[in-house]
Structures are given as C-alpha cells and as structure tokens.
Design a binder for this molecule. Sequence first.
Ligand SMILES: [Cu+2]
Length: 503
Amino acid sequence: MRSRIHLLGLIPLLLATVPPLSAHVGSPDVFYEGSAGPYRLFVTVRVPQVIPGVAEIQIRGESGDVRAIRVVPMRLAGPGSNLPPTPDLAVQSKDDPQFFTASLWLMETGALQVRVLVDGARGQGEVSVPVPSFAQRTLPMQKSLAVLLLALMLLLAVGVVFIVGAIVREGNLNGGEVPSDSRNRRARRAMLITAVLVTVLLFLGKAWWGVNAADFQRRVDFFKPPVAALNLVDGHRLEIRVERMDTRTERAEFRSPAYLHLGDVIPDHGHLMHLFLLRVPELDAMWHLHPDPIPENAFAVDLPDMPAGRYQVFADVVDPRGYPWTLLGSIDLPQIAGNPLAGDDSTWSGAPLVAPAADSTNSPIPDGGRIVWQRPAVPLKTGVPLEFTFAVQDRDGRPARDMEPYMGMAGHAEFVRSDLSVFAHVHPAGSVSMAALELAQGGLPNAADAAQMPMSMPMQETGPLPPEVRFPYGFPQAGDYRIFVQIKRGGRVETGVFDARVE
Ligand SMILES: [Cu+2]
C-alpha cells in the first residue's frame, strides 16, 4: 500500500519509528550565545526530526538596538560553505521587539551552520551557529491519510482500466452506433492488458518505496551515536574504539569517508577527545578525562584511582567536517589503582541522584566555598531555552576572586538525564561544539567577527574571570537531571553538582 501511495508521488515520508538521538545524546536542539559584531544574541535552533525539514530559529537580542535579523543555512565547511544563498528575514515579535523567529528548510544532513546577519543602531554584525543536521527518525503515516490515499489509488487504477476499455470499444463509433462483438472482445483484451500493466507498475512502485525507506533508515542509523568498544588493558588503561553497528557485514556507509574515524578527529577546546565516565545507576561519581590517540583509529587513557563498579561512557569528538559525535558505551571496571589526576582531568564523587530529584541550588566545593545555581523562580520546563547561571563563592560567602579559564573557557557543564538518555556537554557559548564554532567563524567574510569567537573571550590577559558562569541550554525532555558544573579556581578544577526535576 505504501508503495502505491508513493507511486502516486504524493507523500515523500516514511514509516517505522526509532528513538531520537543525536551528537549530543538525546539533545538535538542547538543553543548558542555569543556576539554578532556588536550585538549579543541568544540563538535557539530547533532541528527538525526529518531531513529535509524545517528548523525553527528563535533569536533574542540582548541589547534593544537590533532592527533586523536575517538567517540562512549552509554547509559548515567545504564546498558550499562560502556561497550563502539569499538569507531569509526573521520575524520580529510585536510584543517583544528583541525577539525574532524564522523557519528555515534544512535540505541536507551533516555539519551545517546557520548564518545570522544582524542590522541595528550600531551597524552590522554576523555570526555563524553550527547545526548538526540529521534525521532523527522516520515518521509514521497517519492511518486516515493512508486509507484516503489507498482509496484514491484504487480509484485511479480501476479508472485507467475502464477508460482504456471504453476507448477501444467506443473510441471512433458514430453517434448511436452499437459496439460490435469484435470491438467488445478487443476492449476486454485491452482492459486485461492494462490491468496487468497497472499491477506491474504498482509492484515496481512498492519495490522502489522499499529501497527508499531502507535508504532513509540507513541515514537515520548513520547519525546515531556510535557505540564505543571499550577494553581495559594492563589493569588500568582504557582503550576506546568505534564499534561498527553491524560488524558482520561492515556496511558500506560506515566505511564511507563521511563516517566517524577516530584517527581523523579535530581538537575541541584543547583535546581530541573528552571522555566522561559516570558510575551508574547512581551517578554518584564522575570523571572527565582526555584520552590520547593510539594507532589504528583508537584512543587510550590511563585511568586514575577508581572504585569498582559499572560505568557509563560518553566520549565527545568532532570529525574534520565539524560534526560532533558522542560515542556511547558502558563497562564494568574492577577497583583501579591508577595515576593521580593531572592536567585538565577532573573528578567528582558524592551523593547519588535519587528520584524524584530534589531541586538543589547549592553545591559545596572542597576548599569550603560553594557554587550556587541561581535558579529561575518558575518550575523548569521541557524545551524552554534558559540561561543557567552559577555563582562561585569562597569560604566566606564572597564572590570568588580566583576564577581561571578551564580549557579556555569560564566553565563546562554536563547535563545528564537519570536514565542516561540525555547527555549534553555545554559551554558558555552553548551546546554547539567549540571546534565546529571555530570552523564556522573561520568561514565568515569579516575577520573582525572571527576575533570575537567565544573561545577567545574568556582569555583575558588581566585579572581573574568573573565569579559567575552562564550556560545557555534547554532540557529536551521531562525527567530528573543531574548537572555537573566544572570551573577552575586557583589552579584547581572544582565540580558543582545540581539536581533538577523538569516538567
Ligand atoms: Cu567542555
């Protein structure tokens, strides 16, 4: 039936359902905060579930002097990334003139960007927001629509047979003449042949639909988070590889240059891989480590001291096209006697996440200070873009005066849903990958804009960073979340942990 519907060329979309996943795990929408020339913007891109599909863009100008915003999607890097099509004008809200919305067609999958061009009292500004574009699922067809299309298809198929019959039988009769027996016989034969042809066409259409549907499903599978093959060697060294989804057949798309090869990944805020190990199911211990590449598309890291237990692994990397991938895996580890933490590696352990999550606002840190989440007064809601603001205080309750950049930024936050279906590694610039952001700004025609990359912002030459760190993000679904907020003060990385119930 589906094939016949497609045969009629009416509905391009497909069937079957898979859970939505993404580069961040389970968190496909893009949140970005940064500057377009002189204007500070908070940009939200709601990525469509199918590609081609319509992305919804929301932009808030933080100053009141933005007059017009235009947006255009294009490739992040490579061919097509320097030839923007004509941008669309975003609609300015009547009630809130600082708020703009637009709908953009995303026509292809992969690493895209949305160019944002701002016009206002202080001249023009431009910024590029990286958008990982991928089909999250295939949409089921509505029953009623399927029934309607099937009925129309049958009407057409039967109609064609009878029309052919009528043409042969009565096509050149004079008025009032009755068709002869031989004409009737010829008409019946023609109808039979037509019926056979129509049936053959329908079957060809069904086969074509099946090929199309399988192809689409492959593209959905392609962008699912790759499975990490994890091996513990020598009792303390963890090796990470990409496990093929189907190792028996080595499906062609996973051998394609567009797929993730760990040997090709590019540095993202100072490291080729950011590896998170979370003890499950309690989420009561977390490590943020930085493995090094080893031969043959793999990474390895010497683990620090760790208690025995089951660990969930999230490994963030960015491919050369600027597409961010998160490898997923889990491993049972024995007690590990390892090396002390060094460099940018960090850890936290504490109370387990319980359900329902107790809404927390205060997280003590080891030196007697604390991190305070300045929570909004209203309950947290799914899909609402928010500025997550955390204040860092010293042991006397005063704003911390020794804040330093941690891997080039004021802070790093990890949002984890209790069932691990959501994992987002977020920065003050938002949920976009920092490596992709650099690639995107590098493509801007105006070099001055590139100088305002968020990466370079916190790199102040003089004095400490402000005692406050902000992350633009929105929860993708309701549930219990644990938020890990990592900052650096006085040479030490500190982790604050906050629980939140999202409606
Ligand atoms: Cu980070």
